[in-house]
Design a protein around this ligand. Structure first.
Ligand code: ADP
Length: 536
């Protein structure tokens, strides 16, 4: 029998393989040799040893061994083929073997082997067909799923864009309502009328804040919310947030205070608008859900790299607390800890969802710990840029906020408001006049240029962007061509609070930017900031 070839897998067996032919040859040789030796020994005992006979017997023994060897080799050949067939089947090649027509059990064995190989090949073929069908079905399902996901994403994108569009369109008239109510409330009114208007104004503010939340959320969901990286003083921003919540805290006799770590760099680079929103949301909630006791905001952090500061903001209150089983859900959209909250405290359940998304956009995280009846602590970490070598913060005086900032001449500053929308004109004028500024109006960019030409005494320009005749960007470019107006601050007011708008305004030569609807306190603080910069 042939030795198994290398390369193919064969059954492991101990010791070398010895063929049947060689075993049988050895056996017949030993047997015949024994017979010859016995005959010769018998002859020898009878003194009749014949050398010729001995030689003949030896030759016959050799001949018999050779004949049996060759015969058995022939007989074992089909078995060799069978063994080769089994080896190749084990290695995955299902091929029939050539069956010798010996008419005995060996031929039957060969035929049976071929039958088995055929059956195996047929079952393998049907398995392959089924596998192919299965794979096709999986591919079809995957394609259908991908298509469904694409459709859902497109629908969600369309929904977000629709919401962003509609809330943007609603914010402009909302701004008009708030501004007009502001003007009306400035008049001498009967107590009843004043109360009605104040209620209307507070409803308008709630609606505006809801619209802002929806706009932010749809921007986040549409993946269109990107962060700015501008240097700012977090201490000033924090002071603003605390000041805005102080009246509400005062109503409940809640002490509201901020503690700033001395390690906080004097200036960090990040998105002040969004960081303000995060702090305002958390502090607003803490004040809202604390009827008495305290709210404390702690701000600090550490440098994780020479230019990367891990900012930590902790807002701790001694308020109502949140039930443990609700803690996981308060960050979901439109979710409040219990159904009575919106009745008792208002709110929509969007604030924390937005806060968490904004924190995550900053590569940070927000954590909450709460004990029912004892209070809640929110901890936010945010990655910001800062200069470790910048040193200790400089004492900075906060911009004046109670009286109007004087202009260059010492008299109230003169502001040129360039705006084509009459409602917006009235609102901006009313807010600024209330603070004692002297206001001049222009309906478009060209009129603004004419007014600047006619009088050099303006301290600041508030410039709308989209206007007929000459838009705000073009008007600013023309103003910036003239060296005499180099020091004149121009602040953009645009309804398109979209990414890239600010860059376009700054590129055109504007110095600052406020998005519409213009919030009175933001308008005043921005104007103050630029007027102070101009005078110092
Ligand atoms: P809203 O304040 O508009 O209801 P938020 O998303 O800001 O929505 O908050 C979701 C819910 O989380 C709140 O309704 C309230 O149940 C709970 N919550 C948030 N902050 C506090 C807090 N400081 N103390 C108690 N409950 C809080």
């Amino acid at each position: 029998m042939a030795e198994p070839t290398t390369g193919d897998t064969v059954l492991a067996r101990p010791g070398p393989l010895r063929s049947l032919a060689s075993k049988f040859t050895l056996f017949t040789t030993v047997l015949a040799f024994g017979v010859v030796v016995s005959i010769l020994a018998l002859d020898f005992r009878q003194d009749g040893f014949d050398a010729g006979k001995g030689m003949l017997l030896v030759v016959m023994v050799v001949l018999a061994a050779a004949i049996s060897h060759f015969t058995l080799r022939r007989m074992a050949r089909p078995l060799s083929q069978l063994q080769a067939g089994i080896t190749s089947a084990r290695n995955g090649r299902l091929e029939p073997i050539q069956v010798s027509q010996t008419g005995d059990e060996v031929e039957f064995l060969g035929e049976s082997f071929n039958g088995m190989i055929e059956a195996l090949a047929a079952s393998q073929r049907s398995l392959r067909e089924e596998q192919g069908l299965f794979e096709k079905r999986i591919k079809d399902r995957t394609d259908q799923l991908e298509e469904a996901i694409r459709t859902a994403q497109a629908a969600s994108q369309a929904k977000s864009e629709f919401l962003a569009g509609i809330s943007h369109e609603l914010r402009t008239p909302m701004n008009g309502i708030i501004g007009m109510l502001d003007i009306a409330l400035d008049r001498q009114l009967s107590p009843d009328l004043a109360e009605y208007l104040q209620t209307a104004q507070s409803c308008a503010y709630s609606l505006l804040s809801l619209l802002n939340d929806i706009l932010d959320l749809s921007k986040i969901e549409a993946g269109k919310m990107t962060l700015e990286k501008i240097p700012f003083d977090l201490r000033v921003l924090l002071a603003d947030c605390i000041k805005a919540q102080q009246p509400k805290a005062g109503q409940n006799s809640v002490s509201l205070r901020a503690v700033v770590s001395p390690d906080l760099p004097s200036e960090i680079a990040g998105d002040p608008l969004r960081i303000r929103q995060i702090i305002a949301n958390l502090v607003g909630n803490a004040v809202k859900f604390t009827e008495h006791g305290s709210v404390e905001v702690r701000v600090g952090g550490r440098f994780v790299e020479p230019r990367q500061f891990l900012l930590q903001i902790t807002v701790q209150d001694s308020g109502t607390g949140i039930p443990a089983d609700k803690l996981l859900y308060i960050f979901d959209k439109f979710t409040q800890a219990d159904g009575t909250i919106s009745r008792n405290f208002g709110g929509t359940g969007l604030g924390l969802a937005i806060t968490r998304s904004l924190v995550e956009l900053h590569g940070g995280e927000v954590q909450v710990e709460s004990e029912l009846g004892r209070g809640t602590t929110f901890t936010v970490t945010l990655k910001c840029e800062a200069d470790a070598a910048a040193g200790a913060p400089q004492e900075k005086s906060l911009p004046a906020t109670v009286s109007s900032t004087p202009g260059a001449s010492g008299s109230p500053a003169r502001i040129l408001v360039v705006e084509d929308n009459h409602v917006n004109q009235k609102v901006v004028t009313a807010v600024l006049r209330k603070r004692g500024f002297s206001i001049e109006l222009a309906n478009d960019g060209q009129e603004a240029l004419n007014k600047l030409e006619a009088s050099a005494a303006f301290d600041l320009v508030l410039m709308d962007v989209q206007m007929p005749v000459l838009d705000g960007l073009e008007a600013t470019r023309l103003i910036r061509k003239e060296a005499r107006w180099d020091a004149l601050p121009i602040i953009a007011m645009t309804a398109h609070a979209m990414n890239g708008d600010k860059e376009r305004c700054l590129e055109a030569g504007m110095n600052g930017y406020i998005s519409k609807p213009v919030h009175p306190s933001l308008l005043l603080s921005t104007v103050d900031e630029f007027l102070l910069q101009k005078t110092t």
